[in-house]
Each structure stands twice: as structure tokens, then as C-alpha cells.
Design a protein around this ligand. Structure first.
Ligand code: TRP
Length: 337
């Protein structure tokens, strides 16, 4: 079992990032069998497919590294690195470029969404983004790739590329690539804005009150929960009663994601009570969960040397692991080196 997954570096890391992708990675790491391996990386090469600021990218890469470690990714057990320090990602992407088809890429919904009506004005990198993503996982013979629902199509494409490459350039007995299996966590919580229950919690929301950030201290967390938008009704005793109450549903979802309960179990305890009782309980649970994470996060953010060392070590490991597959790919294509 080899688990490989990537995340784009962003700043302003928040509760949605933690309860979405990051916590799920930590669980994978903690559950992987002895003979398995997890590789987790910052998709910094993917980040240049959209207009970006180099200074911000550098800062976000270190910030995301700090967050992953603070949340429990252990660089001694998992291989943690950034793509830019492992040239084989970019190399393999080019080598797969002969196999990937324009038509396949044209059908990618992320491409269509991000490009909108202005395809001609997009970077080539935005179009070939999924080929780099395929290289990311195929390079390491990934068997399992934890991703959100929005990335499943890219994983399907990685399988198509691997399959076609194996067909065209390898024998059935000795395929070059393993077909990776996407795993979408059943309970990846979708955390919404604290100000508007119909919008996802987001780093780019202008209001800081809309999100709990990983660096927030206890007072800030309590304040943000106290001020979170709700409605005047008491909580119902079953989740069905929250149907047209997105803000209330969001707070109950957050509570359940932290306590390990489903929303019905949370409501069986809080049903009938108002937010005056529920919010302090939620705030305390958040503080309890996030306090050790944010303390570690803030320490690491100031220790650039430690972060650089973690990434350098992870990248060295990743470069080693990728060698046999990259060599086999060049060889299969008839490229003389
Ligand atoms: N595209 C992914 C996202 O935006 C990040 C990513 C890059 C990734 N390469 C990957 C995820 C390889 C899984 C495997 O979320």
C-alpha cells in the first residue's frame, strides 16, 4: 500500500482545511500498515498555473508545511516534501505528455470551471495541470490517493494515462505504472463560513470572522463562535430539522467533526437548547482541539530552518523513491540517456 497525495500551498489556513484534507491525511498516516508508506507533498508546481505572487507562494509553502506538521503529519514516518525539490515530477509530466490526449484534458471540469469563457487567455500549465497531477502519483507507484470529490476526475485521468502508457509502451507482465485508486473519505466534513452557511469556509473571504484560523488563540476562537451567524430557534433533536437552517447545521457539523459523532448524536444531547448553551460548548471543544495545534503551528512558523530541513529531507527521500519509475519511463519510450 502506497498512499500519495498533494495539496496546494495556501496561506490563512483554517478549520475547513484541517477537517477536510489535513486530518484525513493524518488518519491515513496513523493507519497505514507497517510495510506501507505515505508520501504527502505541497503542490507548489501546480500553484504557478494561475496568476500568483512569488513571495506569497514561498510564504504559503512554508506555512502549509508548518500546518501539516502541527496537525500531526510526522516527517519521520511520512515522506513530506514540495514538488519543486523533486525534478522528476516535471520530467515525468513531460514524458506523459506524449500519452495524454487533448480531448481528455478538454473534458476536465476543473479546467472548464477555471477557464470559463476565456480559454485562450489561460496558461498552458492550467490546461496540462492534470498531467502533472498524474505524474505526481504515477512516479511513486501510488496504490491509493486520498482526494476530495472535486479531484476524482483528475485521478480517473491519471488511470487513463497509466493504462494507455502501459498498453503502448510496456508488456502486460511488466507494466511501467500502477493504476492508482482514489479514496474519498466518507466523513470529510464540508465546513461552511461562520457568516454565511451557504458559502464554504475560505481563506479568501474578506471577513476574518467567517473562519477559524489555525493560528487563532483561545479568546479569538471563543469570540468568533459567539459572533457566528445563527437563527433564533432552539436546536432540533434530529438533523432533519436543520434543513433550511444552514448556519445552525454548520455549527452542529463542526461539533460532530471534532467530537467524532454524527450530527444526530450531537443533537440528541443539544436538541431543545438554544445557541446560548450550544455555542460555549462548541467554542470549548474547538479550543481544546486546536490549542495544541495552533501552539505548534506558531512555533514552527518562526523556525524557517526547521521547516527547510523537513522539506529537504523529505525531498531527498522522494527523489530516491522515484528513480526506478522515472528510469523505466525513459527506457520504455526509447529515450537514450
Ligand atoms: N490538484 C489537487 C488539489 O487542488 C492537489 C494535487 C496535486 C494532488 N497533485 C496531486 C492531489 C496528486 C492528489 C494527488 O486539491
Amino acid at each position: 500500500m502506497r498512499v500519495v497525495s498533494g495539496i496546494q500551498p495556501t496561506g490563512n489556513l483554517h478549520l475547513g482545511n484541517y477537517l477536510g484534507a489535513i486530518r484525513n491525511w493524518v488518519r491515513m498516516q496513523d493507519q497505514i500498515p507497517e510495510d506501507g508508506q505515505c508520501l504527502f507533498f505541497l503542490a507548489d508546481l501546480h500553484a504557478i498555473s494561475m496568476p500568483h505572487s512569488p513571495d506569497e507562494l514561498r510564504r504559503a509553502t512554508l506555512e502549509m508545511t508548518a500546518a501539516l506538521v502541527a496537525c500531526g503529519i510526522d516527517p519521520a514516518r511520512s515522506v513530506l516534501f514540495n514538488q519543486a525539490q523533486v525534478p522528476a515530477h516535471a520530467e515525468l509530466q513531460w514524458l506523459l505528455g506524449g500519452t495524454a490526449r487533448m480531448g481528455w484534458l478538454n473534458r476536465m471540469t476543473q479546467w472548464k470551471d477555471k477557464a470559463g469563457k476565456n480559454r485562450e487567455g489561460q496558461s498552458v500549465a492550467l490546461f496540462t495541470y492534470p498531467v502533472l497531477q498524474a505524474a505526481d502519483v504515477l512516479l511513486y507507484q501510488a496504490t491509493h490517493v486520498p482526494v476530495g470529490d472535486d479531484q476524482k476526475q483528475h485521478l480517473e485521468l491519471a488511470r487513463d494515462i497509466a493504462q494507455k502508457f502501459n498498453n503502448d509502451f510496456a508488456s502486460e507482465e511488466a507494466p511501467v505504472f500502477t493504476l492508482p485508486e482514489p479514496i474519498t473519505p466518507p466523513d470529510a466534513a464540508r465546513i461552511m463560513s461562520l457568516r454565511d452557511g451557504s458559502k464554504k469556509m475560505s481563506k479568501s473571504d474578506p471577513s476574518e470572522m467567517s473562519r477559524i484560523e489555525l493560528a487563532d488563540d483561545a479568546d479569538t476562537i471563543m469570540q468568533k463562535i459567539k459572533k457566528a451567524k445563527t437563527d433564533p430557534e432552539p436546536l432540533p433533536s434530529e438533523v432533519a430539522g436543520l434543513e433550511s437552517r444552514p448556519e445552525a447545521l454548520n455549527l452542529v457539523t463542526i461539533y460532530g467533526a471534532l467530537s467524532g459523532e454524527n450530527p444526530d448524536a450531537v443533537l440528541s444531547r443539544f436538541g431543545g437548547q438554544g445557541f446560548g448553551a450550544f455555542k460555549p460548548a462548541l467554542g470549548e471543544l474547538l479550543v481544546e482541539t486546536l490549542a495544541p495545534i495552533s501552539a505548534r503551528f506558531r512555533d514552527l512558523l518562526e523556525d524557517h530552518e526547521a521547516l527547510d530541513a523537513i522539506l529537504a529531507r523529505g525531498a531527498a527521500r522522494a527523489r530516491e523513491i522515484g528513480v526506478p519509475t522515472l528510469d523505466a519511463t525513459y527506457r520504455a519510450l526509447g529515450l537514450v540517456r
